[in-house]
Design a protein. Structure first.
Length: 526
């Protein structure tokens, strides 16, 4: 929902409004319903916004929006699901002449009463927010806890630029984008560029759960207002002390999930759900239907290739739930047709192949609704990835073999080049030949010499284990998360550690990035 961008030059701007409009125009796909620019020329600030109207479709919900007092101005992308409760808190603190019922107005008035920190900590939702304090000439940038909504920023020549997508920053003259080779090297390992880096040197992704404060004479500093680490500690204590039985815990989980889904069904526009037939999307669709007095709109795509097709599972779930289901089959030509759009869609290297079906599903869904719920995040929360089980099973077998013997076996496998291994396997009957046998054997040899299960997990999530070898002058940035002993102390259980690391890295930088860019490319809020 929506796109935001802006510039802050505390020395003043000459062409602020025109640059702001160019930045907003670059994000038109994120907000086709309206767009506006707000300027504080004396302070050198421009805020640009493109609107996808979801709650309060009237001009009263338009942005950038000033507080009733005139002190605060907000430019915001996302949706806050506890706006009713926050509005009540504002009313209790003093009378407000509300102009509409948008969550944007609730946020800016809550900030005016309680401050930035208290407001951000109280928000339940997905958001990327720019807040300008006219009294103190201070800019705040805020990103939601999980990183559902993107926010890029960078500082060049006395100017601070920010935006929902890199294309908005490129629309601003005064800086020359330079490729960050460390980011490219990291991409070769992960198939995405890990935060806080971007493909451009000096342009950063604001980390999930962080706020950036920029004021005159001060260096921009990003600090967390929420951390997964602290909540993992709290969750561990709660589980230890709760004493809940399985049935009570299940009932409480169902209550939390129903509440989360119900909050996300609030919209003044048509709403539906992605449905793949898997556990996560089926659960979301079921909880939606259980709280709706009419059939929920569900959407799925199918493929002619049976090994990739899940549409029959989705159709069975839709029939069971009684949803109003839309199923569209796409062919390989349609999938290939998306590839030329990806560079513009993502602005930087991104290699999750499911970006193709996610875009096609979003495109079909947008023909019928403006908002859709999805089950993304379920695998991290409930240990759904196959690698969680695979890592434990594989390591339990490897650990039985003394490490020196494993190292000797790996040395023997590496002594034979992959092409020679392949020639050996080619002597077998064609039905029993292993595709890319030599490369697979060498990868298995790399696995044999790993020291522990954490290293095995790192190997399983790496697409290229030695990325420096394939990027000229490339050096992989140090990633302390995967080697931090404090993570092992925090989460002794290996599966919990994998979930924790995926939630900090793979979820925001791959899964949520994929869903945001592909859906926003067709002006769909997911």
């Amino acid at each position: 929902m929506c796109g935001i961008a802006g510039i802050l030059n505390l020395g003043g701007l000459r062409d602020g409004e025109s640059v702001g409009r160019r930045m907003a125009d670059a994000l038109r796909h994120r907000g086709p319903d309206a767009g506006a620019v707000w300027e504080d020329a004396e302070a050198g600030l421009v805020l640009a916004h493109r609107r996808l109207s979801v709650v309060d479709l009237s001009p009263a919900g338009a942005q950038p929006m000033a507080s009733a007092s005139g002190r605060w101005v907000i430019c915001y992308n996302g949706e806050v699901y506890n706006a009713i409760q926050l509005r009540q808190a504002v009313d209790q603190a003093g009378s407000v002449a509300w102009r509409g019922h948008s969550d944007t107005e609730v946020i800016v008035e809550h900030v005016d009463r309680f401050g930035v920190g208290a407001t951000v900590s109280a928000l339940i939702g997905m958001f990327a927010i720019a807040l300008w304090d006219r009294a103190k000439r201070c800019l705040w940038l805020v990103r939601d806890r999980m990183g559902v909504k993107p926010l890029y920023w960078g500082q060049f020549g006395g100017r601070l630029l920010f935006g929902s997508e890199l294309k908005a920053l490129r629309a601003c003259s005064g800086w020359t984008p330079r490729i960050d080779r460390e980011a490219v090297t990291a991409f070769m390992r992960h198939s995405y560029i890990p935060a806080p880096r971007s493909i451009y040197h000096g342009i950063h992704k604001l980390l999930p759960g962080h706020m950036l404060r920029v004021a005159a004479g001060q260096t921009p500093v990003a600090e967390p207002y929420w951390t997964l680490r602290d909540n993992a500690v709290l969750a561990g204590r709660a589980n230890t002390l709760s004493g809940l039985g399985d049935e009570e815990a299940t009932d409480h989980l169902e209550y939390l999930l129903r509440d989360a889904v119900e909050r996300r069904m609030v919209a003044d526009v048509p709403l539906g759900a992605f449905l793949s037939g898997g556990i996560d999307s089926s659960l979301v669709a079921a909880l939606m239907q259980a709280q709706s007095d009419r059939p929920v709109r569900t959407f799925s795509i199918g493929f002619g290739e049976s090994e990739y097709n899940e549409a029959h599972h989705a159709k069975a779930v839709a029939t069971h739930l009684g949803t109003d289901h839309t199923e569209v089959y796409v062919d390989s030509a349609q999938a290939l047709g998306v590839i030329p759009l990806l560079g513009t869609m993502f602005d930087e290297p991104f290699a999750d192949s499911s970006q193709l079906p996610t875009y096609l599903l979003s495109q079909i869904t947008r023909q019928h609704v403006t908002v859709a719920l999805s089950g993304d995040g379920g695998d991290e929360l409930f240990a759904g990835y196959t690698r969680y089980a695979l890592a434990g099973q594989l390591w339990s077998r490897l650990a039985r073999i003394p490490r020196p013997l494993r190292a000797l076996a790996a040395q023997g496998i590496h002594a034979v080049p992959p092409k020679n291994w392949q020639r050996l396997f080619n002597l077998m009957p064609e039905s029993r030949r292993l595709w890319a046998a030599g490369d697979r054997l060498h990868k298995f040899a790399d696995t044999l010499i790993l020291p522990d299960q954490d290293a095995l997990y790192r190997r399983l999530v790496s697409h290229w284990t030695r990325p420096e070898e394939v990027v000229r002058d490339g050096h992989e940035p140090t990633d302390g998360l995967f080697t931090d002993p404090a993570v092992r102390d925090l989460l002794p259980d290996s599966v919990a550690r994998m979930q924790y690391l995926d939630t900090l890295t793979y979820l925001p930088d791959d899964i949520l990035t994929k869903v945001d860019r592909t859906s926003m490319a067709v002006s769909l809020e997911v």
